[in-house]
Design a protein around this ligand. Structure first.
Ligand SMILES: *Cc1c(COP(=O)(O)O)cnc(C)c1O
Length: 450
């Protein structure tokens, strides 16, 4: 039986939460976190009414959340949830489709296919690119690398799906020296190892140096990064990809957030040449502002992706209906396509461009404000990431802790090219210039700037 009152109660609580979000401290208090112990203990013997369950988790859980859905959370690379995507997520959860196959959910399969086509269009990647929606960029990297592994080994007559990597021809894997740890984890998961890679030196913004690219021969996977997590810088794909492709390499792109630069005219030139790659990993839950968890794996050659991911033995005929399970590491899965579809349908190309450009404008405003207050911005700000130092490592750490405790905004710490820094990521659709100014005032006050 449907409990309408319960659904309305949950929706009302969610609405209240989101309404209050911009005005509350971004980080939860120690008291709120301590009260979470009341949620545990031994597994209760008797059940509880649904409304009481939701009331309990709302009372104890909501105050313990990080306000990362709000406009002044600048930690990691964190988007919020666009209203249409959030509402779409609610519907998708109610519909509870299994987006495993066309048979298990024709709607799920259809929405995923449309969403993937739109994503390819939005990022100006080659028409006909295949893909799947996965849990995040880590799994999107795994997916792209599995397709790469399939293709480069098939190229030398090795069937990696049948025979694994035991005794396989050696594959050279090339990464930039500031590769994201999640890409190294993905390499581990597909059997290449995190340290058995060739690391290419980077420049003073963290970009792979095209002049330092090694000679390429034999089965090779070159991993480029669109969006250095610290600086936002993009590897110079236009200089590197044609050479790597001419030498027969597979080019994979970790574009978790930075590939979105291609969706806006102001930033697209920074991301030129990435369309020449073979596979791309992008996040939905970062800069596209979808709810967790949504990553996007895209592969130019549909057969390489289905070769790596299919369950049955046979290749699919190219004209077969698209069954999601032929293209993803997962079988049963939620209907992520609805959220992607809803977000892109609500934004349109213009709204998407606007969101990307706006975040970059805010990041520049933040960097300018920090410089004006006398602090050192450590790297250029090509996209949405800002790195700032407040002096030596100890002083920078003190300021970061003070900012987190203050609660006006939240930013984390990083060490970049030997410097301890506060990393500020502006990725939320709801952030305004006024939010940047509020955050700047708090940071400047706590750091003792001018
Ligand atoms: C965030 C990020 C990842 C990992 O993405 P998840 O969605 O957290 O799995 C990989 N690469 C880069 C460059 C990132 O910024």
């Amino acid at each position: 039986m449907i409990d309408e009152a319960l659904l309305r109660s949950a929706a009302g609580r969610a609405e209240r939460y989101l309404t209050e979000l911009p005005d509350r401290a971004v980080a939860p208090t120690a008291d709120a976190l301590a009260r979470l112990d009341q949620l545990g203990g031994a597994l209760p013997e008797a059940g509880m009414d649904g409304e009481a369950v939701i009331d309990l988790i709302d009372r104890l859980g909501a105050p313990a959340t990080i306000a990362s859905a709000g406009p002044r959370y600048f930690g990691f690379v964190t988007g919020g949830a666009l209203p249409a995507a959030l509402a779409g997520n609610w519907l998708a959860t109610a519909w509870d489709q299994n987006a495993f196959s066309t048979a298990s959910s024709p709607l799920g399969a259809k929405l995923e296919a449309i969403a993937l086509d739109w994503l390819v269009e939005a990022m100006c990647l080659p028409a006909g690119t295949a893909g799947s929606l996965v849990t995040g960029a880590t799994m999107a990297n795994v997916t792209g690398l599995a397709a790469a592994r399939h293709a480069v080994l098939a190229g030398v007559g090795w069937d990696v799906e049948a025979d694994g990597l035991f005794g396989a021809p050696e594959v050279t894997v090339i990464v930039g020296d500031e590769v994201h740890a999640a890409l190294l984890k993905a390499l581990r998961l597909v059997g290449f190892g995190a340290t058995r890679v060739t690391r290419v030196p980077v420049d003073d913004q963290g970009r792979m140096r095209a002049d330092a690219l090694p000679e390429i021969s034999g089965p090779t996977i070159l991993c480029l990064q669109a969006g250095n997590v610290n600086t936002g810088a993009l590897d110079p794909a236009a200089d590197i990809v044609p050479r790597a492709k001419a030498a027969g390499a597979w080019v994979h792109v970790d574009g978790a957030f930075g590939l979105w630069a291609r969706a806006a005219r102001a930033t697209a030139p920074l991301a030129a040449g990435y369309e020449l790659a073979d596979s791309w990993a992008v996040d939905g839950h970062k800069w596209l502002n979808l709810p967790y968890d949504c990553g996007i794996a895209l592969v130019r050659d549909r057969r390489a992706l289905s070769g790596a991911m299919r369950i049955g033995a046979a290749y699919l005929p190219d004209d077969a209906a698209r069954d999601p399970f032929e293209f993803t590491p997962e079988c049963s899965r939620r209907m992520r396509g609805l959220e992607v579809w809803a977000a892109l349908r609500a934004l349109g190309r213009t709204g998407l461009e606007d969101m990307i450009t706006r975040c970059c404008d805010h990041a520049r405003r933040m960097a300018d404000g920090l410089r004006a207050a006398g602090f050192e911005v450590l790297a250029d700000v090509p996209l949405n990431q800002v790195l700032v130092s407040f002096g030596d490592a100890a002083e920078t750490t003190r300021v970061i802790e003070a900012v987190q405790a203050d609660g006006t905004c939240w930013a984390g710490s990083t060490v970049w090219q030997g410097h301890t820094a506060m990393r500020i990521s502006i990725s939320n659709w709801a952030t305004t210039a006024a939010d940047i100014d509020l955050a700047l005032a708090a940071i400047t006050r706590l750091a003792g700037g001018r």
